[in-house]
Write a protein that binds this ligand. Structure first.
Ligand code: 13P
Length: 258
């Protein structure tokens, strides 16, 4: 982390977990133990049906609620889809885009890019995900793959909007597997992402961009991962479902930085 130049963000990704009633219960428990005082930005990205309950519960707090996807179109005949402006009106601040689980369902780089542009246009902060498979890592093409994913996702994002965007590095082999990237592995790719942003948007913008690590981050390994200079926070799946664990990760993000 480097709080001097950029925001620290701890974001939960609930994926397809918790009903609206369970969301309400989580928020009661979470609010009761939420760290006070100096803390990082906090986001909880939840299933669409849980958004109203989450927004209501977190209204008086600094926790921003987010969605896990949006459609690139502003409105129209897209049965079952949700537009970015609908999420804004429902009280969302963030939206996760290009998660590997959605890419595995067929989402393309082009679609991710269209969603990023739509989210920015609507005033949401996109959390844009990238990450390599185990096969790609073992073949030594991680950096090239990440470069391509970032370049394609950010196409057409104007310079004045790049700071309204968060990038999350999530190696696919570390998601939900309990096999976390080592702090060195995670730092190397996050540093590489910053280099890509630097080439596209210049060094001041690159220095101000928040880059998260995601993939089996938990209350035990968060401190060491967040101590890395280019890891500005976490995108947390499993551990964000348990208030006590999520709070411990937030506390790890409050560690002193250089
Ligand atoms: P886990 O923390 O459960 O590995 O999930 C990471 C993730 O995919 C967050 O988006």
């Amino acid at each position: 982390m480097n709080r001097k130049y950029r925001k620290t963000l701890i974001a939960g990704n609930w994926k397809m977990n918790k009903t609206p009633s369970e969301t309400k219960d989580f928020m009661v428990n979470f609010k009761a133990i939420m760290p006070k005082g100096r803390w990082c930005d906090i986001a909880l990205c939840v299933p669409a049906v849980d958004i109203p309950a989450a927004v209501r519960a977190m209204r008086e707090t600094r926790v921003g609620i987010g969605a896990e996807n949006c459609n690139a179109n502003p409105s129209g005949a897209y049965t079952g889809e949700i537009a970015a402006n609908m999420l804004v009106d429902a009280g969302c601040k963030y939206v996760i885009l290009g998660h590997s689980e959605r890419r595995a369902m067929g989402e393309t780089d082009k679609e991710v890019n269209a969603k990023v542009l739509a989210a920015i246009e609507a005033g949401l902060i996109p959390i844009v995900c990238c990450g390599e498979s185990l096969e790609q890592r073992e073949s030594g093409v991680t950096d090239e793959w990440i470069t391509m994913q970032i370049k394609l996702a950010l196409q057409g994002v104007p310079e004045e909007k790049i700071r309204r965007l968060v990038i999350a590095y999530e190696p696919i082999w570390a998601i939900g597997t309990g096999r976390t990237a080592t702090p060195e592995q995670a730092e190397a790719v996050c540093e590489h992402i910053r280099t890509v942003v630097r080439k596209l948007y210049g060094s001041k913008n690159a220095r101000a961009t928040t880059i998260l690590y995601g993939g089996s981050m938990n209350d035990k390994n968060a401190y060491e991962l967040l101590a890395q200079p280019d890891i500005d926070g976490g995108l947390i799946g499993g551990a964000s479902l348990v208030p006590e664990k999520f709070v411990k990760i937030i506390e790890a993000a409050n560690q002193p930085t250089a």
